[in-house]
Design a binder for this molecule. Structure first.
Ligand code: AHG
Length: 332
């Protein structure tokens, strides 16, 4: 019976990735091992995020615990957990750490870029936050260098995020579609719940920090105006903005529409970081049938020059991004 099969044939994320990998006889299993360690990091952060409110309530935060260690802030903790999980995977040997928020780790086979806890300013009010990651393979013939990371996003072999929300959801693409897995806390396993996510071709939602409107460039201002006062007689769009990229992108993937962090007069490159925010999310969008555009070009064609480079980003439903591209083209 189909319903029973659904309940008892549990497709865990590990089983799913192993299935995928078995299609490539040359694969050495490195990716599965790496992903298992990322998944472990996500489970740990999920459990810490769930306890964060409670820890605060009973007065643990910022105080000395029994072992005499100062209670770590959640973002610092997440950072350490991912570094240790990835290093212990044995698939990662060196790390470069310029700024606490973002990590780069590399091994002879791969480079991982990740933002361990994105949207951390939302922690205290219980809004969804997430981990974002991207993986590049590097050639075996040399020791990896920074140049192996400063590659266009289209060279990524996998990308994903884990959202710590009302449930813990891990969304992953290895370049052939996008799949979503939800953590079953009683099993401690991520189970395939959103197979083959396809973003609707056109959406009814736009998502942007409209508080920055006075600094928007022409095409962004026009697009936002069109969302509110459509000239073709179509209904106006709904505005949804959480201010936590993982949650805003997750909604956009599932419901369609656009998510934007445009350039503005104050920040000509926008706010979001190319390597570990813009690239992984653009990779997922394209793999789900949507588009990601910088205002000038396809986002995945960007070539970063520094690891903390920023870029404006417009991503979402195919038709909606076409509309934004046309507005930029008209601007010349
Ligand atoms: P932070 O990790 O400092 O909370 O930043 C979150 C990021 C991203 O998740 C979100 O899309 C964006 O910043 C929101 O920025 P604004 O507050 O400027 O809208």
């Amino acid at each position: 019976h189909a319903a029973d099969a659904h309940r008892t044939d549990l497709m865990t994320i590990t089983r799913f990735v192993l299935n995928e990998q078995s299609k490539y006889p040359e694969s050495r299993g490195d990716f599965t091992i790496l992903l298992n360690h990322i998944v472990l990091g996500c489970k740990f952060v999920c459990s810490s995020v769930n306890k964060a409110g409670l820890a605060k309530l009973i007065g643990l935060a910022g105080e000395i615990n029994i072992q005499g260690e100062e209670q770590k802030k959640l973002d610092v903790l997440s950072n350490e957990v991912f570094i240790k999980a990835l290093v212990s995977s044995g698939r990662t040997c060196t790390l470069s750490r310029k700024k606490m928020k973002m990590q780069l780790l590399w091994s002879p086979q791969s480079v991982e870029v990740f933002d361990p806890l994105d949207g951390s300013s939302n922690i205290d009010c219980g809004v969804s936050i997430g981990t974002i990651f991207g993986i590049y393979m590097v050639k075996d013939d040399h020791e990896p260098t920074l140049a192996d990371v400063l590659q266009p996003g289209k060279q990524m072999v996998a990308a994903g995020y884990c959202m710590y929300g009302s449930s813990c959801t891990l969304v992953l693409s290895t370049g052939k579609g996008v799949n979503g897995f939800t953590l079953d806390p009683s099993l401690g396993e991520f189970i395939l719940t959103h197979p083959d996510i396809r973003i609707p071709k056109k959406g009814k939602i736009y998502s942007v920090n409209e508080g920055n409107a006075k600094n928007f460039d022409g095409p962004t201002a026009k697009y936002v105006e069109n969302c509110k006062f459509p000239k073709d007689g179509s209904p106006s769009k709904s505005l949804r903005y959480i201010g936590s990229m993982v949650a805003d992108v997750h909604r956009t993937l599932l419901y369609g529409g656009t998510f934007m962090y445009p350039a503005d007069k104050k920040s000509p490159s926008g706010k979001l970081r190319v390597l570990y925010e813009v690239f992984p999310m653009s990779f997922l969008m394209e793999n789900a049938g949507g588009q990601a555009f910088t205002g000038k070009q396809r986002a995945l064609d960007l070539v970063p020059t520094k690891i903390h480079d920023r870029s404006p980003i417009f991503l979402g439903s195919y038709d909606d991004i076409e509309e934004i591209k046309a507005l930029y083209a008209a601007e010349g």
